[in-house]
Design a protein around this ligand. Structure first.
Ligand SMILES: *Cc1c(COP(=O)(O)O)cnc(C)c1O
Length: 375
């Protein structure tokens, strides 16, 4: 059994993948080839966004968004501590300050009350200007965007959504990547819900001016002419080959999202009430289910037991960002964000991909319940 099965997907679209790669080899435009622009159009349509700019990876996507907003020294960016390092790292690379916020134990996402209190506190202290609220759709579950928007407007912050795990999800009928946030970023790292065969990322916004600035920054700050440098930029482009690979993957993405949803529903039917199962979407809404994550006391014992049974699992994330050696000086230390710390101690992600069979789901659930029952 595999934690994440890229081979099954490849088998399904091998002909389209091979044809796409062959087309790029034939025209030879490996950088900024026609497949890149095509893909950006397809992604914007899929997300319901006015603009999509592709880039080299999901971490760059976040950095480019912050650079386009002129975030730097003196600015505070509010982020959940229970996330992947990339969310925090780009803030510090630009000289701004991350303010780590606690998470909601039910959704794993940012705790809006704690964020509100943190923004109010930073403003009262003076020194730093609260500038950005950066939420994360952790494990593929969108944050409550209406609340995120309301909080950002209340404090006059820009809302950036790190949807590396949540891209493709819907909320109130709208796709993550549409203007649920001011700027949404995603990653095409191979095992993200929509992944390529290397690194890749994209930025979505309805703001034409911001989109233009982001496009310039990722091409070395170029102006109208290639050798006009009108602002400080970076080199962050999606390879033409990756764009060609992503096109057939995007075509089956809606079906794969539906399959992930069915896997999540099946897991929850088997596990609900026996372990703490993840929050489920309501009505027609869908999560992207980058991970299916349960919470357990004695998590490490259960993980070892599942390994014995041949069930691969992962812990995302064993340490919240405010306790990481690289960031500890910017946080309040042990005990300061109790929910993030509790989640790091108790979360366990089960195998999750669109091609899990009913037998595999049964086996994972039965093995998990057997280990939990043996404690
Ligand atoms: C994967 C991920 C990123 C970074 O994406 P890369 O493409 O690996 O740079 C950022 N944020 C979150 C929440 C992620 O899961």
């Amino acid at each position: 059994m595999l934690f994440s099965d890229l081979a099954a997907q490849q088998e399904r679209i091998r002909a389209e993948l091979t044809a796409g790669i062959a087309r790029v080899l034939a025209h030879g435009r490996y950088i900024q080839g026609p497949e890149v622009t095509e893909l950006e159009g397809l992604l914007a349509d899929f997300a319901g966004a006015a603009h999509c700019v592709s880039c080299a990876n999901g971490t760059d996507a976040l950095q480019l968004a912050l650079m386009a907003l002129n975030i730097g020294p003196g600015n505070a960016v509010f982020v959940p501590s229970f996330t992947y390092t990339a969310t925090a790292e780009v803030i510090l690379l630009l000289g701004a300050r991350p303010i780590f916020v606690d998470s909601d134990p039910d959704t794993f996402n940012i705790d809006f009350d704690d964020a509100d209190a943190a923004i109010t506190r930073v403003r009262a202290e003076g020194g730093l200007r609260p500038a950005v609220l950066m939420t994360v759709d952790l494990f593929g579950q969108p944050v409550d965007y209406a609340r995120a928007r309301a909080l950002a407007s209340k404090h006059d912050l820009t809302l950036i959504s790190d949807a590396a795990q949540g891209f493709g999800a819907t909320q109130d009928g709208r796709r993550v990547g549409s203007n649920l946030a001011d700027i949404t970023t995603t990653s095409f790292f191979p095992v993200k819900p929509l992944g390529c065969y290397g690194d890749g990322g994209a930025i979505f916004t309805d703001d034409a001016n911001l989109a233009g600035v982001i496009r310039s920054i990722c091409l070395h700050g170029k102006g109208e002419d290639k050798y006009d440098v009108i602002r400080l930029g970076v080199n962050s482009r999606l390879d033409t080959l990756q764009a060609a690979i992503l096109q057939p993957k995007l075509a089956i993405f809606p079906d794969e999202l539906e399959r992930r949803h069915r896997v999540a529903v099946s897991y929850s039917e088997r596990l609900k009430g026996k372990v703490i199962t993840p929050h489920m979407p309501s009505g027609e809404d869908r999560y992207a289910w980058a991970q299916y994550t349960v919470r357990l006391e004695n998590r490490d014992f259960v993980q070892a037991g599942l390994k014995e049974a041949g069930v691969p699992t992962n812990v995302y994330y064993p340490k919240p960002m405010h306790l990481q050696p690289a960031y500890v000086q910017f946080g309040g230390g042990i005990g300061s964000l109790p929910v993030s710390e509790e989640l790091s101690r108790t979360v366990l992600s089960l195998p999750m991909h669109p091609y899990l069979t009913d037998d595999e789901i049964d086996y994972v659930a039965a093995s998990l319940l057997a280990v939990v029952g043996s404690m």
